[in-house]
Design a protein around this ligand. Sequence first.
Ligand code: FAD
Ligand code: SF4
Length: 474
Amino acid sequence: MSQTPPIKPKTIKDIEPKRMKMPEQPPDVRNKNFKEVALGFNEALALKESDRCIQCKKPACISGCPVGIDIPGFIKAVAEKNYQMAYDIILASDLLPAVTGRVCPQESQCEAVCIVGKRLEPVAIGRLERFVADYAMEHDLYKIPEIKPRGIKVAMIGSGPGGLTCAADCARAGLTVTIFEALHVAGGVLKYGIPEFRLPNALVDKEIENLRKMGVEILVDKIVGKIFTIPMLLNEMGYKAVFIGTGAGFPKFMGINGEGLNGVMSANEFLTRVNLMTGNMFPRMDTPVGMGKRVATIGAGNTAMDSSRTALRMGAEKSYIVYRRTEHESPARKEELHHAIEEGVEFLWLNNPVEILGEKGWVKGMKCIKMELGEPDESGRRSPVPVPGSEFELDVDTVIYALGTKANPVIASTTPGLKTNKWGYIEVDPETQMTSIPGVFAGGDIVTGSATVILAMGAGRKAARGILKHLDLA
Ligand code: FAD
Ligand code: SF4
């Protein structure tokens, strides 16, 4: 009797060298609308891409993912068209796959260490994750997990990705979870910061809805530190543990003349007005954005890309990025920078604002100086140095600051004994995320400073394990 030969494991010689391209709206169409830029894989593209994963015996991708998704496992399920299994595998580690599949910097995380990527283009893990999440939403694949209630109350402060993830893991373990959110909607930066054309708010709402289905209560319009404090939560309000996930939403300015003029705003304010307050529909909706026609965004990170691209969609005739270093030092994701260039944002590299000029209380220009790169500073990057006598006036009527953010002091100033570092970020034990106060945990941007969605989620998961251990439930 003839024996079936064993199936040989797939190697990189057997696969397409290039990843499947993401379908996108053309630049000159998308820069005039708020619909998503990247349109997502269809099933055929997803199946082809899943076939590029060689199912490594010792996969590197899982440890490259801050929440440890079983990446080869979910990709295998996609290849077998078992989308329910693919979704369940992702969801076991990642509460927000439609979000992370869209905004995670995969190129520096899981995809950076994908073994295929050593010789060919890495497997498009993020695009596959987004495909599975979108498929699951369309086909209603979410299943409420079975939960055994333990009758122990815990509180989350802030409903960004850190707070939401910590809440999910605590709820799965049977704790009774309440999230207190300062704004009138849940989601943190996912809702008020990242624009619709990269992450539609309706998707974020749907993923948050899954949390509500697990029994998590979300109370909005509750600024902890103003209405009640952490000591009150732990004492008279009966919560056995608290997670602080308040982000780092306090904007930075430069301290130059003219910052008090009308037409100067922080990127957070600008994006919130457009994303959350429907300012793009003014005057049909109530919130004016206060943007003119010639907009300068200062900074060159992801927030600057979002602001300058939003300005184009809001009808700006000119949208400049002004940055004191070069494109090479820009902290933005390559893909975001590339999209901004394609859409018509103009980059003024090696330029620094020195004064915002005004007339009758409104911005009428911005004085800049040219810069050149000098010696490397302590970060290893070459420091920009002004070129004497090179000042010039940029004809703009709106200036948006996207220079990063810092910690909001509300929580620290109302929580005696909470240790913070010199920048106001909360200090935690890196193993458990517990702060200097027993039973109080923290994670996300309020600990690290502005970072990423997935790092905040990773911290939320770790804090949930810390909370369970603290309550002797782990
Ligand atoms: P946040 O998302 O900041 O949420 C904190 C929440 O706490 C907010 O809802 C806030 O209202 C609430 N809060 C604050 N104080 C209180 C209080 N006292 N009481 C109650 N609630 C309070 N990361 C990526 O990975 N990819 C991207 O593409 C990306 N793009 C970005 C674009 C922009 C414009 C910005 C600003 C950030 C971007 N980031 C991106 C960074 C990412 O969004 C953050 O790192 C992440 O959201 C941090 O999560 P968090 O849970 O710590 O806090
Ligand atoms: Fe697949 Fe790349 Fe992970 Fe290997 S490292 S299992 S090829 S995604």
